[in-house]
Design a protein around this ligand. Structure first.
Ligand SMILES: *[C@@H]1O[C@H](CO)[C@@H](O)[C@H](O)[C@H]1NC(C)=O
Ligand SMILES: *[C@@H]1O[C@H](CO)[C@@H](O)[C@H](O)[C@H]1NC(C)=O
Ligand SMILES: *[C@@H]1O[C@H](CO)[C@@H](O)[C@H](O)[C@H]1NC(C)=O
Ligand SMILES: *[C@@H]1O[C@H](CO)[C@@H](O)[C@H](O)[C@H]1NC(C)=O
Ligand SMILES: *[C@@H]1O[C@H](CO)[C@@H](O)[C@H](O)[C@H]1NC(C)=O
Length: 335
């Protein structure tokens, strides 16, 4: 090997390497800006003032979605409701759980977006075979529910998850299987036991199994830094404002209290936080067949929704109102 040979090689290699670097950065920039362009186009075409005018209920646009430890110290967090609609009676468990959590916020990159485009992915069968995955991945914020899987269903449901709303009975013991490493895991507390469950996980205390309708995981491998607790205010508002449900079931009646589903709650949260709200995977099968599957995964059927704590007829009506007002847009045809 002569010196000239080496020189010739470097004369060829250096430009090639340079070209590689430049095209890498260009493609990177292009990919990022094409996602930015997606959000910008949606934001521009979406007449935000018109949207808020059309909504006939008062959306607070309260940017703080999650409970903070300070809420309980400086301004005593007063609530006239117990869970699921308020913190009354659960303050001690909440303070202890919050004290073990390092953050109560959305990620900085999302907080500072001027216009936020959001995608709420419901777990409904309707999303099957829609091939919406790559579209779903383009939104600034993708919200998913409970233990709905992503791996194996990417073509229809995408694989980006900004936050996932869940309660202990719907928690999967290892959130990293179906989420990004930086997905926020948002606990929706429906009852005091739910907060106690989180506290026991965070402090590795003895698990008390009583008080759940299905055993929650006793081991939970989620990252402490990514746990958040949704402010029960949002469930209360979903029930009273959006669904117009009575918040207190009269005592001494056998009536089952009808709480909103996590899905309609997620849409209400999005209405409070996002500028553009698109949804997919909402709605129930038109078929009266009780054996019809209701989710895009697993084997749950309409039968399992009977006798649940939800009144679906209210939710269907509320969703229709939101869709008619233009506040939310479905990404696929639905019944
Ligand atoms: C948006 O809506 C407002 C209020 O209805 C209206 O005055 C305005 O002209 C609309 N803008 C566009 C670009 O459609
Ligand atoms: C809407 O919210 C604002 C601010 O919280 C409040 O001042 C106003 O009275 C509310 N309006 C209705 C109709 O509830
Ligand atoms: C989805 O597509 C697969 C493969 O083409 C087909 O077997 C299945 O029946 C479809 N499912 C629905 C609900 O359309
Ligand atoms: C989602 O899928 C794309 C394409 O397969 C991949 O590049 C990306 O890393 C995936 N993201 C997550 C969070 O799994
Ligand atoms: C749901 O609410 C409607 C209207 O308030 C009521 O007629 C119906 O009986 C309720 N359904 C269930 C299953 O509670």
């Amino acid at each position: 090997m002569s010196l000239t040979n080496t020189k010739t090689w470097s004369r060829v290699l250096v430009p090639v390497l340079l070209l590689c670097c430049v095209s890498y950065y260009c493609s990177h920039f292009f990919l990022q800006s094409s996602e930015g362009a997606f959000s910008k186009a949606l934001c521009d075409s979406w007449n935000i003032s018109q949207k808020w005018e059309r909504l006939n209920f008062n959306v607070s646009r309260n940017a703080q979605l999650f409970l903070k430890l300070e809420d309980f110290f400086w301004r005593r967090y007063l609530s006239t409701f117990a869970l699921p609609y308020g913190v009354k009676g659960s303050e001690l468990f909440l303070v202890k759980a919050l004290a073990a959590m390092p953050s109560y916020d959305m990620p900085e990159t999302i907080k500072h977006l001027l216009c936020k485009t959001c995608m709420v992915v419901g777990n409904g069968f309707a999303i099957k075979n829609t091939s919406l995955g790559s579209s779903i991945n383009k939104y600034d914020i993708v919200i998913r529910l409970n233990d709905a899987p992503v791996r194996g269903y990417e073509a229809d449901v995408g694989n980006k998850t900004t936050m996932r709303l869940f309660y202990p009975e719907s928690a999967s013991y290892n959130p990293s299987i179906h989420n990004d490493p930086d997905t926020l895991m948002v606990l929706v507390p429906f009852k005091q036991q739910d907060v106690r469950w989180l506290k026991e996980i965070l402090y590795n205390e003895k698990r008390i199994r009583k008080g759940f309708w299905k055993p929650p995981p006793e081991i939970w491998l989620g990252k402490t830094s990514h746990i958040r607790i949704l402010d029960p205010y949002f469930l209360q508002q979903t029930a009273s404002r959006l669904l117009r449900l009575p918040l207190n079931t009269p005592p001494k009646t056998n009536q089952i209290p009808a709480h909103p589903t996590t899905g309609i709650l997620a849409i209400y949260v999005a209405l409070n936080y996002c500028d553009v709200i698109h949804i997919a995977g909402f709605g129930y099968p038109e078929s009266k067949d009780l054996k019809h599957p209701i989710h895009y995964y697993g084997y749950d059927t309409m039968k399992s929704m009977k006798n649940s704590y939800h009144n679906l007829s209210h939710e269907v009506k509320a969703l229709k109102r939101l869709e008619d007002s233009g506040a939310v847009v479905y990404l696929h045809p639905h019944s």
